[in-house]
Design a protein around this ligand. Structure first.
Ligand code: DGP
Ligand code: NA
Ligand code: NA
Length: 204
């Protein structure tokens, strides 16, 4: 009998290289799938996309809950895949939910966690650590909502407050290959260890 797959999450501010690293990691693993939140292809994801493109205005609480709903609608599929032994490499997760909404005025980080409590617990979270000024120099921030230096600095600070034992802070200012090398080493280290471990619940 083969064991379950691992739930691996990539987090970081906009332009920190998450998507590239997710792709490289999935390609390097034998039984892995990539996922991305927000998943803009579903009905909730479409609404989030409209909001990000400033085509739709939503109350801060409403958009916060919509992002969470967009994750919950994938819960069953995630658990099924993990149980089948598929490792999931996820580009953003509930940590983004807390770090981004928590960067808005009047939001407390603990309170921001509430809608995502109980989601599948990641086995490993890579925080691609890139300073906001470096990210903005690499490639200009785009025109989407949230892609502004002051806001990103608050997001970055929030991410650091969310660090827990599953987190690994990765220096993302290095080359793509160096970052990938570190990530792959850590993943290969845990794959065998999680096989027999039941999947936990996030922040529960
Ligand atoms: P991306 O497709 O990875 O570029 O994400 C779109 C934007 O949405 C990005 O600025 C990060 C932000 N974001 C991702 N997840 C959440 C979330 O759960 N809540 C909030 N408020 N923002 C999020
Ligand atoms: Na973005
Ligand atoms: Na991205």
């Amino acid at each position: 009998m083969t064991g379950r797959g691992a739930l691996i999450v990539m987090e970081g501010i906009d332009r920190s290289g998450k998507s590239t690293q997710c792709k490289m990691l999935v390609n390097a693993l034998s039984k892995a799938k990539s996922m991305k939140f927000p998943d803009r292809t579903t009905a909730t994801g479409n609404k989030i996309d409209q909001y990000l493109q400033r085509k739709l205005e939503l109350d801060d609480n409403e958009i916060h809950n919509l992002y969470s709903k967009n994750r919950w609608e994938k819960e069953k599929a995630m658990l099924d895949d993990l149980e089948k032994g598929i490792t999931l490499v996820v580009d953003r997760y509930a940590y983004s939910g807390v770090a981004y909404t928590g960067a808005k005025p009047g939001f407390d980080l603990d309170k921001c966690k509430e809608p995502d409590v109980g989601l599948p617990q990641p086995d490993l979270v890579f925080f691609l650590d890139l300073k906001v000024n470096t990210a903005a120099n690499r490639e200009a921030f785009g025109g989407e909502r949230y892609e502004q230096t002051d806001f990103q600095k608050k997001v970055y600070a929030n991410f650091l407050k969310l660090k827990s034992k599953e987190w690994q802070v990765i220096d993302a200012s290095r080359s793509i290959e160096e970052v990938n090398h570190d990530i792959l080493n850590s993943v290969n280290n845990i794959l065998g260890k999680v096989e027999k471990k039941p999947i936990g619940k996030l922040w529960a």
